[in-house]
Design a protein around this ligand. Sequence first.
Ligand code: SF4
Length: 100
Amino acid sequence: MALAEAAVVGTWDVEKWRAESACRYEDVNLFFPAGVTGPAEHQIKQAKAICARCPVRDTCLAFAIETNQEYGVWGGTTEDERRVLRRAWRARRAALKAVS
Ligand code: SF4
């Protein structure tokens, strides 16, 4: 998965990537829905649609995983989706440390 690989690379630059984001003029509340059902489900779909056309999506996801952003939609992923990616990222990081 390309997004997970980007999270491994972890070359995000907080000063630069946010200025290029597709969500910079969107309502931030769209990216932080209350829950995952009902109206929140629609919000998540809308946020993910914006992420899908974002030029810094991979960088955003890498930032969210590496800085442990637990809430909201980041890099086109929900909290639950990032938990899975974060576990895989930590496992790969541990494996890399073990061989270095
Ligand atoms: S991937 Fe989504 S949340 Fe991240 S900067 Fe782009 S639009 Fe915003």
